[in-house]
Design a protein around this ligand. Sequence first.
Ligand SMILES: NC(=O)c1ccc[n+]([C@@H]2O[C@H](COP(=O)([O-])OP(=O)(O)OC[C@H]3O[C@@H](n4cnc5c(N)ncnc54)[C@H](O)[C@@H]3O)[C@@H](O)[C@H]2O)c1
Length: 421
Amino acid sequence: MAVHQEARLEPSNGNPPDRNAPERRPASGSSRGVDARLPVALLGAGGIGRMHAQRLRVHPDVCLAGVADPNPAARAWAEGLGVPWCAEPAELLDRVRPGAAIVATPNSLHTAVGLACIERRIPLLVEKPIADTVAEARRLADAARAANVPVLVGHQRRHGVAVQRARRLIAEGAVGRVVAVTMLAAWLKPARYFTEGPWRRQKGGGPVLINAIHDIDLLRHLVGEVAAVHAMASSAQRGFEVEDTAAAVLRLASGALATLVVTDSAVSPWNYDIVSGESELYPPQVADALYIAGTEGALTVPQLLHWRYRGASPEQRHWHAELTREQTTLHRRDPFAEQLRHLRAVAEGREVPLCSAEDGIATLRATQAVLESAATGATVEIDPEQGHVGGGEGKGTGGNAGRLAGEAVETNSGGSQGGGR
Ligand SMILES: NC(=O)c1ccc[n+]([C@@H]2O[C@H](COP(=O)([O-])OP(=O)(O)OC[C@H]3O[C@@H](n4cnc5c(N)ncnc54)[C@H](O)[C@@H]3O)[C@@H](O)[C@H]2O)c1
């Protein structure tokens, strides 16, 4: 069995250390010592699970402890890798007793499989969405909190260098108070995507829950909580039961407004996964997916183009005055590899989850509000504390910038609240 036995290998990303990354401190009191890699069980070995496995096998901080997946193809694959395999997650967890687990099963199993980890006090990375419903996600989060087991949700974009720099620039006042945001998540999926996975043609399988959830998570992470959503959806291009396109207006708790366009049916580079160059699956393009305009400047993500007026007087700051544009280029880093580094630090209590269970719930709730508004035609109001309270008239919120999502970090080592560094 592979646990503790794989040779220590070079970092998977080969990049210089990132000064923006959460602080790393040596593990204290760990029986593994600081050099041994943390064994991580993979629960669900489909598309994303195998991507995690590739990185686990060459990562300096974590290694692949074993695989649970009832699919016979997963068994053959795990045996080929020389790691333990079980059909059932609970069986694997009892057999290899990993230091952490990754839940990469279909959404509807996230809660049950996550609870199996929590019962055994095994910290987990649960893929997005945290669960298939807010109620199920709440069950998972509450169990984790009660057991003091940390949960990290797989919104890997938060681990990218461009997003981390954008967040810092915004916190430092580069755009001032955020006024308006535009998010684009448009690209063209091939026909076989829908024939290979017929569930992708049905409700719940569309680009809002699969793709736009990442953009909404970024919006929350960079700018703040979503307070209300009004949306429309269309299936006019593909003619499936599920939407192929949706457009939404989101009001943030700060009073800022955002728009989101998501489609899987149009030729377009304006999609974070394409323009960030962070996934090997998509040939990168030089363009942006997120446009943030504030009282002091404007910023795009991931290119980090930053516009502002140089002058400070009212005569030098208006639509006829000259704008200055700056751009910072960053060292590249694989956000999935960084997420695994962070998983170990979270499991060892050295860092709080960058995307906590509560973050996962808030992101899921705002994303489901897009679908609910599109279905009912009503504006969906969201109370970040209580859950959404249904359609109604938009109620005004205060005009100040509000905290950055995730800044309220719980000191509890369970880390199931907040989500800041
Ligand atoms: N973070 C991202 O960018 C990203 C990308 C893709 C998918 N995902 C998420 O990852 C999850 C998996 O997606 P996917 O595309 O890999 O799906 P998939 O269908 O390719 O893989 C799911 C795997 O889970 C296995 N499985 C089913 N029941 C199981 C059980 N009881 N125990 C263990 N394994 C079981 C299946 O056999 C399959 O191999 C979903 O929640 C999805 O939303 C996240």
